[in-house]
Ligand binder design. Structure first.
Ligand SMILES: [Zn+2]
Length: 348
């Protein structure tokens, strides 16, 4: 175990952001787990620079030279520090001592000009859950006060020197996407949305109505302006977001009530969830999509019949949708049968 020494990166830094890992699981108490989670999201590395374990030991995450992926829309010019923990009572004194010593050391190297902030100051989140302002003795602007520093900061992981893709550079290359666009960037978007649980149906590289509905649902869930257009802030949120959590109330009445109330986003979300049921149920809707093209009409129908669904409940609503598909298929079969009968001379 050695002492951690903060080395100022060459990129400009003006703010430090504090996070919590939102887990109290001892198996997650290391930067390797955070890195694995973030790589699963398709990032190049863990989003945070420094991780403070329950025992107060610092582990190095993303190299300090690289902009973090930690505070959507507020990553440039920042350093991101994450403390392992969720329950406010389970953070340790050792963690807070390390945080104080670390922040004091960082601040000293910037001549006291940095400001320190919680993730929650720039996002509709509780992160971090603890009172970092009191722990760091911050003034109103976020400047560090005089701190009582007991121990040097210990480190448990070597600082990674592996070259990483620059996330900011990647971001600026991504085009703004909207309804009607197509191509590789749309494909990447569709894959990402599907992965996060916002189902776009078939990944066809075309930004159609279902992709737009998925974007609207994602934007609404992430407190973004829900305009269905994928610009820098939506890209950044897509990078940062974890898989969609669909609560019980959202699976059933709540969202349907919203849909009945005329919310465009809620209707899009309802359509999304029914599309999701279809995919989860063995791809019923998507199979039909390929064979008959009926599915697009069905999902639009879900939007239009939002009030019917709210009245009948989601499962009966789903039965209505499936019934609708059945009717379409029977109608087509009947038409085909009539053609066959005509050809064979059974009818006039
Ligand atoms: Zn955070």
């Amino acid at each position: 175990m050695s002492q951690y020494v903060f080395g100022k990166p060459r990129r400009p830094v003006s703010r430090v952001f504090i996070h919590c890992s939102a887990s109290d699981n001892p198996a997650h108490d290391n930067v390797a787990t955070m890195r694995a989670w973030h790589l699963q999201r398709g990032w190049s590395d863990v989003g945070y620079h420094l991780f403070i374990r329950k025992d107060g030991v610092v582990e190095a995450g993303r190299p300090l030279e690289i902009t973090p992926a930690a505070q959507a829309g507020h990553n440039t010019g920042t350093i991101a520090i994450c403390l392992h923990g969720l329950d406010i009572d389970k953070f340790t004194q050792a963690q807070f001592d390390t945080l104080r010593a670390l922040c004091a050391s960082i601040n000293r190297q910037y001549g006291g000009k940095l400001t320190f902030h919680g993730h929650r100051e720039v996002a509709a989140k509780a992160c971090p859950v603890f009172d970092y302002k009191a722990i760091l003795n911050l003034d109103r602007a976020g400047r560090l006060g005089v701190l009582n520093i007991a121990t040097p900061v210990r480190t448990g992981a070597a600082v990674s020197e592996i070259g990483m893709e620059e996330p900011e550079a990647r971001r600026t290359l991504r085009p703004v996407l909207r309804l009607g666009h197509s191509g590789a960037p749309v494909e990447a978007l569709q894959l990402r949305l599907n992965r996060l649980g916002y189902h776009v149906g078939k990944v066809d590289r075309a930004f159609g109505k279902r992709t737009r509905a998925a974007v609207l649902a994602f934007q609404a869930d992430n407190h973004l302006m829900a305009d269905g257009v994928v610009g820098p802030s939506t890209y950044e949120a897509l990078d940062e977001a974890g898989p969609r959590e669909i609560g019980e109330e959202r699976k059933s009445a709540g969202i349907l009530d919203l849909a009945a109330g005329g919310s465009r986003i809620a209707k899009a979300s309802v359509a999304q969830q029914f599309a999701g049921f279809g995919l989860a149920g063995g791809g019923v809707l998507s199979v039909i999509d390929e064979s008959t093209g009926a599915v697009s009409r069905v999902t639009q129908g879900v939007e239009l019949f939002g009030d019917t669904l709210a009245r009948l409940g989601p499962w009966i609503g789903l039965a209505v949708v499936i019934g609708g598909i059945y009717v379409v298929l029977q109608a087509r079969k009947a038409a085909a049968a009539r053609v066959a009968d005509h050809r064979s001379g059974k009818t006039a």
